[in-house]
Design a binder for this molecule. Structure first.
Ligand SMILES: NC(=O)c1ccc[n+]([C@@H]2O[C@H](COP(=O)([O-])OP(=O)(O)OC[C@H]3O[C@@H](n4cnc5c(N)ncnc54)[C@H](OP(=O)(O)O)[C@@H]3O)[C@@H](O)[C@H]2O)c1
Length: 320
């Protein structure tokens, strides 16, 4: 069944919250992913961490693309302690907020997997900043990390080891509905500005995903709303975290829609999958459906993600 989603923001948010805890669609244990390779960005926390376990449990080899050596090491230690075989995952350092780091990661991943294409790419990493910041190349940090970093990573993998029929899963958030645009030079100075920048970047993720499917029709692109999930997103102190845990779903539940899109047969590629409603249809009034903006935005991201010079080889570091 396909659910038609209302483009009015308040109605959409009510739809996200109401009954979310009882409405989560769980990913079936089969089919397995034995022999398949999946790359997850942002594997060190929240939904990404739970997604990694879901993929490992189903037999996939998982590439852990994280920005911090220390956190990748801690992740490996904890996965090993949980009994997962060290041969089943490959850590790669990839800071999406630095296009040079992304370029080095692309080189490394394409080299490691030149004979064994990537079957699944999960663009999961994300940031909701609490104060204005920029990426290494001077882009507003939500746009630069959530959209541009992933754009550069995917473009590099498409030229290399990404299977032409890969499943590409792009995490947005239904909260994108509050935005109409995702200009690349958004400046903000109030506390709510960070939420606004994040919402815009999630619309940007949606546009890029739709345009990706149009340009690469053999790929299987899925746009995912994972739910409203108690994670480190937007951080917050102990009280905020406790409230999140009480009101939101947990990361394991939040990983289910990504896992469904990574594993299940007969899904409609190019579609939006929502943790409560499943496959969702959007109306023409929805900002995500603005194909003209999506094309312009794609072209802008392509231009901004081009690197003038090859990354320094001295930056080539493996996290292990
Ligand atoms: N939580 C929700 O309610 C919700 C709702 C809708 C959509 N989403 C989406 O779900 C995805 C996962 O978010 P989450 O809720 O699990 O948040 P999270 O717990 O904060 O995890 C975010 C992950 O992204 C990584 N990351 C941040 N900046 C990065 C960078 N510059 N380079 C590489 N990795 C970076 C983080 O790495 P570190 O561990 O090193 O910080 C972390 O692994 C995001 O795309 C988010 O927009 C979440």
């Amino acid at each position: 069944m396909i659910t038609r989603l209302d483009a009015r923001p308040i109605r959409r948010m009510v739809g996200c919250f109401s009954g979310q805890k009882n409405a989560v669609r769980w990913c079936p244990d089969v089919p397995l992913l034995e022999g398949k390779t999946a790359l997850v960005t942002g594997p060190t926390s929240g939904i990404g961490r739970a997604t990694v376990e879901g993929l490992l449990t189903r037999g996939a080899h998982v590439v852990l693309a994280g920005r911090s050596c220390k956190k990748l090491r801690a992740l490996i230690t904890s996965l090993e302690a949980e009994g997962y075989d060290r041969q089943r995952f490959t850590p790669v350092l990839c800071d999406l907020g630095d296009l040079d780091s992304v370029a080095v990661a692309v080189q490394e991943i394409n080299k490691i997997f030149r004979r064994k294409p990537l079957d699944v790419l999960i663009e999961n990493a994300g940031i909701m900043p609490t104060k204005y910041a920029e990426t290494r190349q001077g882009h507003e940090i939500s746009f630069g990390t959530n959209v541009l970093g992933h754009f550069a990573l995917r473009a590099g993998l498409l030229r290399g080891c990404l299977s032409e029929k890969a499943r590409v899963i792009v995490l947005t958030g239904d909260i994108y509905i509050f935005s109409k645009t995702c200009s690349t030079d958004f400046r903000w100075y109030t506390p709510l500005g960070g939420v606004s920048a994040y919402n815009r970047s999630k619309l940007g993720n949606f546009w890029v995903a739709r345009e990706l499917q149009r340009r690469y029709p053999r790929l299987n692109v899925f746009v995912v709303h994972p739910g409203v999930v108690a994670t480190n997103l937007g951080a917050g102190g102990a009280v905020t975290q406790a409230m999140k845990r009480r009101l939101f779903i947990d990361p394991v539940a939040g990983a289910q829609t990504s896992l469904i899109c990574a594993t299940q047969p007969d899904l409609a590629h190019g579609s939006y999958y929502h943790n409560v409603f499943g496959e969702a249809e959007l109306t023409n009034a929805d900002p995500a459906m603005n194909d003209w903006e999506a094309r312009q935005f794609w072209n802008t991201c392509a231009r901004l993600s081009e690197r003038d010079s090859a990354p320094q080889i001295s930056q080539l570091r493996r996290a292990s």
